[in-house]
Write a protein that binds this ligand. Structure first.
Ligand code: HEM
Length: 137
C-alpha cells in the first residue's frame, strides 16, 4: 500500500505496453520497417489492392497502437477490428504467412527492445499471423 501523503512517479510496471516500448515513434518504426519488406515481396505486394501502400501501413499502425494500449483511433475510423474477417478477401496461405512473419521479424529486430518486451510482442504477432491463415498454398 502507498503511505498517505506520498507521491510516486508512475513505476514502470504499471505502464501499458504501448508506453513501455516507446509509444508512437516505436510503432511507426515497426510498421515502416515492415512495409519496406512488403514493398519488395513477390507474394505479399500483389495482394494489396491499393497501389499506394501508405493507407494500408497507416491502418496497421493504428491497429497495433490501439491493441497495445495506445490511442483508440483505429476503432474510431474502422470500427471493430474483426481481423480474420477483414482478411477473408485475401488468400492468406502458409507462404504468405511466412513472408509476413519474416518481414515482421526483421522489423521487430530493428527496435532493439528489452528481451521481455520483444518476446511479448513477437509471441502476439506470431499467433496473430497463424490465426489469419484462411487458405492452403
Ligand atoms: C498472415 C499474413 C498476413 C497477410 C498476408 C496480410 C495481408 C493483408 C492485406 C493484403 C491487407 C489489406 C491491406 C489494406 O489494409 O488495404 C491487410 C489488412 C490488414 N491487416 Fe493483414 N495480413 C496478414 C496478417 C496480419 C496480422 C497478423 C495482423 C495483425 C496483427 C494484420 C493486421 C491487418 C490490419 C489491421 C489490416 C487493415 C484492416 C482494416 O482496417 O481494413 N494482418 N492485411
Amino acid at each position: 500500500m502507498v503511505a498517505s501523503g506520498q507521491t510516486f512517479s508512475q513505476p514502470e510496471y504499471t505502464e501499458n505496453f504501448y508506453e513501455a516500448i516507446g509509444g508512437h515513434p516505436t510503432f511507426v518504426k515497426l510498421v515502416d520497417a515492415f512495409y519496406e519488406g512488403v514493398a519488395d515481396d513477390e507474394i505479399l505486394r500483389p495482394m494489396y489492392p491499393e497501389q499506394d501502400l501508405r493507407p494500408a501501413k497507416e491502418r496497421l499502425l493504428l491497429f497495433l497502437e490501439q491493441y497495445w494500449g495506445g490511442p483508440k483511433t483505429y476503432g474510431e475510423q474502422r470500427g471493430h477490428p474483426r481481423l480474420r474477417m477483414r482478411h477473408m478477401p485475401f488468400r492468406v496461405g502458409p507462404q504468405a504467412r511466412d513472408a509476413w512473419l519474416r518481414h515482421m521479424r526483421h522489423a521487430v529486430d530493428r527496435l532493439d527492445l528489452a528481451p521481455l518486451h520483444e518476446a511479448t510482442l513477437w509471441d502476439y504477432l506470431e499467433r496473430a499471423a497463424l490465426s489469419m491463415v484462411n487458405a492452403a498454398d
